[in-house]
Design a protein around this ligand. Structure first.
Ligand SMILES: [Fe+2]
Length: 327
């Protein structure tokens, strides 16, 4: 376990940045102070979709970690020193606007946790009020910043895919079917070896042994960047239990996470483990506190006949590029 460090992106030395990039396991973002206008950004991604979505295939979108209530929008005392500057709401709104302009529309959108910055009900309510009320189905995960499960349920417990009885037992976990895939959303804050959430997950996987499953989990499962791991005291507690369970089921090949505010793609056996950065703060290059634009990314995941065909990284205000298979 690396020594814990207090990571302040403002004061990262050049050597730290080099180290971060050397250990980066996946595509890294670039900081852009002057993003393309939304109309250009939307046209760019729709052109990508037109060129790469084969007839009969579909796709979904993953974004993560909006941290509504953090930065200058809300909590000056902030959950985390990293998040005291910046403007999460307009950045989240831009991402949501661009998703709404995608053509064709995704089969669904998933936001993989840290909807709020400190977990307070008013932050969660603000996040809820920012979400679109029409368009593709929207699936929400709980993150470690959404610390209050009771407040989370007060705000999001009425969503049609939420089973309050299961939440009481096993946390905010659920499953749904889309694009011929059984999608399983986990609550990374309640997973424990031998616990009810892993037992439920095992039943889900066993019940779809002949099919195809995709898993969403807020926290990442394998180390991505030593500096970030040290700062956040990660990887996910009980990651090994979860990885061994997933690895024992051939029906699951992909896990999509957020949490570390980094774009990455790793492989563990037959599993592909992808993280998407935050819509608020991107930690890829350490220059996260520059005002304005950085790290507005989404995963576009193409699925055909129940199998993930490709995963692209869409930079809102910038380019779209394949990250798997490698371009
Ligand atoms: Fe997180």
């Amino acid at each position: 376990m690396p020594e814990r460090v207090v990571l302040d992106p403002v004061s990262l030395a050049p050597d730290d940045l080099v180290q971060r990039q050397r250990f980066s396991s996946g595509p890294s973002s670039t900081l852009r102070a002057d993003p393309a206008p939304e109309a250009e950004s939307i046209a760019e991604v729709n052109s990508y979709l037109a060129a790469h979505l084969a007839s009969g295939s579909g796709y979904f979108v993953q974004i993560s970690d909006p941290h509504i209530g953090g930065g200058v929008d809300g909590s000056p005392a902030g959950f985390d020193a990293l998040f005291r500057r910046g403007t999460p709401v307009p950045r989240f709104q831009r991402v949501l606007r661009e998703i709404q302009a995608l053509s064709p529309q995704p089969a669904f959108v998933v936001i993989t946790g840290d909807l709020s910055d400190t977990g307070r009900r008013e932050e969660l309510e603000r996040c809820r009020d920012l979400l679109p009320t029409s368009g593709p189905p929207l699936y929400l995960l709980r993150g470690n910043h959404d610390v209050d499960l009771g407040a989370f349920m007060d705000v999001f417990g009425a969503l049609p895919y939420v089973d309050a009885g299961r939440v009481a037992q096993a946390g905010f976990c659920y499953a749904f079917d889309a694009l011929g895939v059984h999608c399983i959303a986990l609550d990374s804050e309640t997973i424990a070896p031998g616990g009810p959430e892993l037992r439920w997950l095992e039943e889900e996987l066993a019940g779809h042994a002949d099919g195809s499953c995709v898993v969403f989990n807020h926290r990442h499962l394998v180390a991505v960047d030593p500096l970030i791991e040290a700062y956040l005291d990660l990887p996910q507690p009980h990651a090994d239990s979860l990885l061994s369970l997933l690895g024992a089921h051939n029906c699951v090949r992909w896990v999509f996470s957020g949490h570390i505010h980094v774009n990455s793609l790793a492989e563990r056996g037959a599993l592909h483990l992808a993280t998407i950065t935050s819509t608020f703060y991107d930690l890829n290059d350490g220059r996260t506190v520059a005002p304005g634009y950085a790290g507005l990314f989404a995963h576009l995941v193409c699925v055909d006949h129940g199998q993930v065909q490709w995963v692209a990284l869409k930079e809102f205000g910038g380019s779209t590029r394949a990250i798997w298979p490698a371009a």
